[in-house]
Design a protein around this ligand. Sequence first.
Ligand SMILES: [Zn+2]
Length: 391
Amino acid sequence: MDKKTALTFPLILDGATGTELTKRGMPQGACTERFVMEHPDVITGLQQEYIAAGSDAVLAPTFGANRPTLERHGFKPEEVGQTCRDLFAITKGHAAGKLIAGDMSPTGFLMQPFGDTAPETVYNIYREQAATLLECGVDFFFIETMIAAAEARLAVRAVRDLSKDIPVFVSMTVNENGRTMYGDALDAVLLTLIPYDIQGFGCNCSIGPDVIARALKPAAPIAKRYGIPLIAKPNAGMPVTDENGTHFPLKPEDMAAAVDGFVGMGVGIFGGCCGTTPAHIAAIGQAAKASDKQRASDVEPMEEGNYVSSSRVWATVEPEASYTPVDGESEDDIYDLLDDVDPDEVLYLELKEGAADVLIRMDAFIPNPVAVKGEETEIEKIEKWLCRKVR
Ligand SMILES: [Zn+2]
């Protein structure tokens, strides 16, 4: 069976790693990857507790096992690949019979045009880590805690350039307003990822299940249309710091109470992030498995059609504006096309015939939604245009 068809839903992931390792002796500010390498019994004990609590899949401790993060923590350049392999092997060594995800996270670079890092640099970091994890035999990729659609797209593209068959899940992190730190909206982010064939999309960490539910809701009709299960892997609420240290307010039963609403939106992949424990996973998993899966039919799927999307906004395009690709076409064509969009039809209106052709054409024009620093990027021009139309 290939790895995509091996996935069954609801799929219960694990809970927090970082906050649980801290409870089990990892010093504040320590490099998690180094701590795990030096104390493999601690991570395997934790993961065994998650498996006993009902996790169908665990994330290998490779969250920060990419070149820049490991080098920032003092690993030598020649140790990077082997460290990632060793970290994966720790989980593989004890989690037989469970799915093991290759975990990837933000690189920590600020990409152009916000910072100086070229998209190719970020792409190459993900490609190197993804190649190592594929060799290790991951069951799926979990690209998580992403705060920028542009970086998430590069990570997905890096995996897809290496394998068309491996399942890829993408999980963003949002603020109170339901958007990522870069202002990305989850419906628009999902649309931009559709052409890369992802098997799960959603949100982790953030500020508890309610914020995640609000942020994911606009993405639900899109996920339903494309048959993509949504992911809800919230933290246990906004952490509170007092004289006893930092703690997370939501109890297992509080998080389990959110599960039915998630199922109704089309969430099929559940887990917990910071502050959650094996007890949280047991409660969430039981609620997910008990919930009526038909509830997901509450969501009306988005109609298929032409749309254009940046990471923040998206719009439908009228069928008469259908775009006929021509060899040697110029960038002006996309703007001509956009000029045909009726301003009243923009955002959350019915989509018409023609599938994702327009988006794919945009990708051809915009290899990455970023460009040379100091110049207005293509995606920004289009966003401005769409925002003008929306207003
Ligand atoms: Zn977290």
